[in-house]
Design a protein around this ligand. Structure first.
Ligand code: FAS
Ligand code: PHB
Length: 396
């Protein structure tokens, strides 16, 4: 949709129409705060991206409060446990032992579809295929955002800007380089993911640690399975035909699962290098970062999307408080508040990744330490509870 006028006015400009940007727009609009969402891709492209699959209880509540949770509750499946396996043993982590109680398995693609439908219903302004987004006067009371569509220039006057443009976005570039702390670590492995119209191998997720490499058995519904295997960073998708993936997967899962796994053609394949990035601060002047724009981490702990939603919870509450009271006190604390949960979550993702992924270069001592730690968790309910607490997500 191309805007009618070249100069627009709104209270909050949201850069990025992914889950973070759309949920922020939905919550703000429900509080009678006007937004404009700028998205560089088409709606079809955004809605078809296959990514996360596990939704924390807190994220479910946030979506429900924003009138976006109905289909999740109806079609998503509530999980109160996950399996951890190593070599040929498997044990269950009872998620109900944690405060957050459970998680929901429901694809991020479905959430994005639900968010777009809810935004359409509420009359949101979402402008797709934007180019050359520019944030100006970020440290004044009247910042503005410029962008182009097919060479036509537009200008939005606003009060605040939310940078929800993901890990490859531009928002963080408007924080002065000398003020920005860009924390980054690259893991020595990637995830090769496939989606297949096959029956999931188990009713709960299986996180398999194996000397050949990590494997994850997940699902989207009872006829759609999602699997991942750890591969080196030099792999190419073209080198992984379906048969090779299934062979590797069956070697890494315990026999009681690999002996019954239903294989079939993949309908999607992806390769994701594992890295952790945290940008500090998450705000500068009238700009606030939320979601992957501020942080990414290995998907081992199923956190990326859920952490984006907790940022949105803190940012939307602070913006609503400002428009209700005129005080920007809460807004000034956003970065500190959000970063506290970000660091806890990035650390948990790092711990789960290091525990479950085969160490690089056949490091037998590191593998021995992993097996000892897995044995400790297997035999200790306290250790299992700690893993459950991290997995269901720290309270907002
Ligand atoms: P997103 O990246 O989803 O959305 C940002 C949006 O901003 C995009 O639509 C982009 O087109 C747009 N944009 C970028 N630059 C722009 C610009 N200059 N102007 C306007 N718009 C711009 N998380 C999990 O919890 N579990 C998983 O299994 C998992 N798997 C993943 C697999 C992959 C390949 C990737 C990349 C991520 C995965 N994640 C996973 C993390 C993922 O789900 C993110 O956490 C989630 O998409 C975060 O949402 P957003 O912050 O909205 O960022
Ligand atoms: C997924 O189903 O895509 C998924 C589930 C759990 C994870 C990562 C990805 O930790």
């Amino acid at each position: 949709m191309k805007p009618k006028n070249q100069t627009l006015q709104t209270q909050v400009v949201i850069i990025g129409g992914g889950p973070a940007g759309l949920l922020l727009s939905q919550i703000l609009m429900k509080a009678d705060i006007t937004t404009i969402v700028l998205e560089s891709r088409s709606r079809t492209y955004v809605q078809n991206r296959i990514r996360a699959g596990v939704i924390e209880h807190g994220s479910m509540e946030l979506l429900c409060n924003a009138n976006v949770g109905e289909r999740l509750l109806k079609e998503g499946s509530k999980h109160s446990g996950i399996l951890i396996s190593y070599e040929n043993k498997a044990f269950r982590i009872n998620l109900s032992s944690a405060k957050g109680k459970s998680v929901y398995v429901y694809g991020q693609t479905e959430i994005t579809v639900d968010l777009y439908q809810a935004q359409e219903k509420i009359g949101a302004t979402i402008i797709h295929n934007v180019k050359n987004v520019l944030i100006q006067d970020i440290n004044t009371k009247k910042p503005h955002v410029k962008f182009e569509i097919l060479g036509q220039k537009y200008h939005i006057n606003c009060d605040y800007i939310a940078g929800c443009d993901g890990s490859k976005g531009i928002s963080k570039d408007f924080i002065p380089k000398e003020k920005l702390n860009f924390h980054h670590t690259l893991y020595p492995y990637s995830w090769l993911g496939i989606l297949s119209k096959t029956k999931p191998v188990h009713k709960e997720l299986i996180y398999a640690s194996h000397q050949r490499g990590f494997a994850l058995a997940s699902m989207r519904n009872e006829n759609l399975s999602r699997y991942y295997i750890q591969v080196s960073n030099s792999e190419k998708i073209s080198e992984w035909p379906d048969e090779k993936i299934w062979n590797e997967l069956t070697k890494r899962l315990p026999t009681r699962f690999s002996s019954i796994i239903e294989t079939g053609s993949s309908i999607e394949k992806s390769l994701t290098t594992l890295r952790s990035i945290v940008v500090e601060p998450m705000q500068w002047g009238r700009l606030f970062l939320a979601g992957d724009a501020a942080h990414i981490m290995p998907p081992t702990g199923a956190k990326g999307l859920n952490l984006a939603f907790s940022d949105v919870y803190y940012l939307s509450s602070s913006l609503i408080n400002f428009y209700k009271t005129g005080s920007s006190k809460k807004l000034e604390l956003y970065s500190e508040q959000a970063l506290s949960r970000v660091w806890q979550t990035v650390r948990f993702s790092h711990w789960m990744t290091s525990l479950l992924h085969a160490p690089e270069g056949n490091n037998t001592i590191a593998r021995k330490f992993q097996l000892l730690e897995l044995e400790e968790i297997f035999t200790s309910l306290t250790a299992q509870r700690a893993l459950a607490e991290g997995y269901v997500g720290v309270q907002y």
